[in-house]
Each structure stands twice: as structure tokens, then as C-alpha cells.
Design a protein around this ligand. Sequence first.
Ligand code: PMP
Length: 283
Amino acid sequence: RIAYLNGEFAALDQLKISVLDRGFLFGDGIYEMIPVYSHAIFRLDEHLARLEKNLAAISIQNPYSRSEWRRLVVSLVEQQNFADQSIYLQVSRGPAFPRNHAFPAEVSPTVFMFSDVLEAPANLLVEQGVHAITATDVRWLRCNIKAISLLANVLAKQQAADAGVAETILLRDGLMIEGAASNIFIVKAGIIYAPAPSDLMLTGITYDLLIELAEQNDLPLQLGDVTEAMLRQADEVWLTSSSKEILAIIVLDGQPVGNGQVGPIYKRMVSFYQDFKTTVMRR
Ligand code: PMP
């Protein structure tokens, strides 16, 4: 695996960073995960736009222009000998001493990227759906920032793992927010609902794409508060992310969602999504 660290491409297991890096000491940084299908980078500009916004949100000076970022990611992809990849890209504030919460005066960000084999979700999961649980969202109030400090998400995802299910859906003040590592859509009486973008959830690249695909294909979709009651009475519940794409949740907290089978609107959305992927790969 060829990876990238601060201006250098090298084997992943050769790369080292300082123990004083603020990413390590404070979780002070942001990240992206970008899928690559047959060497075609999926929605690269959308990911880079989010990266730029996140860097600005935590006042890390962006070390590269958009075209430099593009070239680096393309170069990383080209150096791998596998076609479907997941690119992990992280920028932390960089190493500083003494350890001090406030930003250091002189610091240069640590830029790290590596590529791994992207495993598409198994057909069985796409066709038959997954199970999920709910939990209280105990995260901070700036979940729109794709921060590397993911402790609350890690603990929520572990709750899912311990329960033997795929995801934990986070609830805050009676509202459905998102998954531990995904966005959530519901369907009721033929209408798709999802929370509107806010500081309380990450606006997924896949979330944005689903909204576009719904519009293009005349599927009614409403953005706004999704209550816990709406979630529990939904006909369909889906999770979305760059790595999981779209998966139907057919059992929530041990109760069947709708009739307990993947729904018709889910099936249509999956086919729109796969068609979209195919056209991107052909370009
Ligand atoms: N919310 C959270 C908390 C996530 O971690 C992710 C995936 N990284 C998402 C939503 C989905 O984002 P995307 O579609 O950009 O992968």
C-alpha cells in the first residue's frame, strides 16, 4: 500500500508521525473517506469542498489548493494495484510542544492519506437489509464538522457491534439525527424524509447525492425534523454512507420496520444510485 504523508509517497508501514501531533493528543483534526470505483474517484470535488469547509471551521490553514488536492488524490489512486479503493484523508493541526489546548503560534498541519481495498456491501445485505438499534446522541453540538475526535461515535458503533447489528441511530431531544457513521432516511406513505442539514449532523456526500437522485427521478422528498415517532412508524428506514452506499434497515430495536422487508422505494433508489455510479465510471 502506497500512502502519503506531508509531501511524500511511501509504503504505509514506513510512515511515522510525531507523538506530539495534535491529532494524536487532542483529536484536533478533520478527515474524509472517498470511494473509488474502477480507479474513478467518486464525487472528488464534493469531498474536497467539504474538506475545505471543515479546515476553515477549525481554523487549520489549508496547505493545498483545490487542484493540488485533486492531483495528490489522483496520484495516490494511480499508485495502487487494486481498482476499487477507499481513500482515507486526514489533516491534523500538526505537532506542537509544550502540550497546550489553545492553538500553537507556529504549527504546520499533518496531511496523511492512504488507500485501502473498497469492499462493496455484500449483495445479501443490499437485498435483504440490516438491523439497527437506537441510542441517545451524547455528542457535541458541532457534528457537522467531520472531526477525527470520534469517541462518541466509536462508543455508539460498539453498542451496535455488541448488539450484533449494523448501526446505531442517534436520537437527540426526540429527533432522529443520524447514524454513528451514516445518515438516515425514512419513508412514510411514499414520501422520503430526512433531517435538514444542521450543526447536529454531518451532511454526507451520499446524503446530498440521494437528495439529487430523488429530485431527478421525481421521488417526493422532504427535509426537516424527523421525530423519533416518525422513525418508529416508518414504512422504510435507510442508512447511507460513502462505504455502505444505501442499506435498508429492516429491524429497529428488535421491531420490524414496516413489513420487515426491504421496501419498494429503497429498491428504486438503489438502482438510481447504481446507475449513477456506472455513468461516473464510464466517464
Ligand atoms: N454521518 C456520520 C457521523 C458519518 O461518520 C458518516 C460517514 N463518514 C456519514 C454521516 C455519511 O457521510 P458520507 O456519505 O459522506 O460518507
